[in-house]
Write a protein that binds this ligand. Structure first.
Ligand SMILES: [Mn+2]
Length: 310
């Protein structure tokens, strides 16, 4: 029996956490020849901590790097596949599986692996479907955890990343546990304890590094139910962005302050603005630029930036 570490991306969001937790549980039943250990590469988001506590589930183990061992550590990546978003020392690991809903980037393997990537709204939606594929009965707790991550990742099914499959599976899971998916999602967002965050935390808590056009571009997203008090700190936010960019050696950093009620994002840019300005069709401004309807980092920010960098 080998031990397989299962983890989502750095700066984990709720989808990264819940996909690791529930996929580990699913595989323990469906493929019991291995032991699956859910892990995380960073701090627990508030809503994830609240959900795990509510259902009495242990927090995934915090891991920082994979050491070089005689036998390579087996790992499964969830909610990411880009090397710049995964654990340090990934070259010392054997990737045996990937379950993701992002662009395919640069992961390479020596052997064929389980590689499941679908353009759906969340990794947890794919995992919900995997229960059916693998013929495993889903518990109510698993349904609640998956639905919670489906709702945060699709901003309560409002993000343009949302597909008919997401709506269908959300309705099914909601019916199973007796909740309206969107109302349930709103509760999950509230449990995040949103607005006590410092500008540093707004920048750090959900940020991803992308390599594009020979540059390292960081794209962060901070979701709130009320952007006004957040934007009063725009000067401090810009300072925190610049500090982060300098520390990490990024060429530019884009931060979205996403208001999930008003359904749009205030967009801030520091560093070399060339790729972000071209990709988004805006001019960097100290107060940020309001982009109505922009809710998805992946589809509405990362993808056009990558296209602009080519
Ligand atoms: Mn996700």
């Amino acid at each position: 029996m080998s031990k397989v570490l299962v983890f989502g991306h750095k700066n984990p969001d709720n989808d990264a956490i819940m996909s690791a937790v529930v996929l580990s549980q699913l595989l323990s039943v469906a493929m019991p020849q291995n032991e699956y250990v859910p892990c995380r590469l960073g701090g627990l988001p508030g809503e994830s901590a609240a959900l795990l506590a509510k259902y009495g589930i242990a927090e995934p183990e915090l891991i920082e790097s994979i050491p070089l061992l005689d036998e390579k550590q087996k790992v499964i990546l969830t909610d990411h596949n880009e090397l710049s978003q995964t654990i340090d020392g990934i070259e010392n690991a054997q990737i045996v599986g990937i379950v993701d809903h992002h662009r395919i980037a640069d992961a390479q393997t020596a052997q064929p692996i389980y590689f499941i990537n679908l353009p759906w709204g969340s990794s947890c939606c794919i995992i919900a479907r995997l229960f059916e594929v693998l013929g495993v009965e889903m518990s109510d707790t698993q349904a609640a955890l998956l639905l919670a991550a489906m709702m945060t990742d699709t901003v309560m099914l409002k993000s343009p990343t949302t597909t008919d499959v997401d709506r269908e599976i959300a309705a099914k899971l909601g019916a199973k546990i007796g909740v309206d998916p969107v109302a349930y999602g709103a509760e999950v967002f509230k449990s995040r304890g949103a607005d006590g965050f410092t500008p540093e935390q707004m920048v750090n808590r959900d940020i991803k590094r992308f390599e594009m056009g020979g540059q390292a571009v960081y794209i962060g997203q901070y979701e709130t139910v009320n952007k006004e008090p957040v934007l009063e700190q725009s000067k401090e936010i810009l300072e925190a962005m610049e500090a982060y960019r300098t520390e990490k050696g990024g060429d530019s950093l884009v931060l979205l302050i996403t208001d999930i009620i008003e359904e749009g994002s205030q967009v801030f840019i520091v560093g070399d603005p060339t790729i972000p300005e071209k990709g988004l069709g805006i001019k960097a401004c100290e107060d940020g630029v309001w982009m109505p309807g922009v809710l998805s980092r992946k589809k509405q920010v990362a993808a056009p930036l990558i296209a602009a960098a080519e």
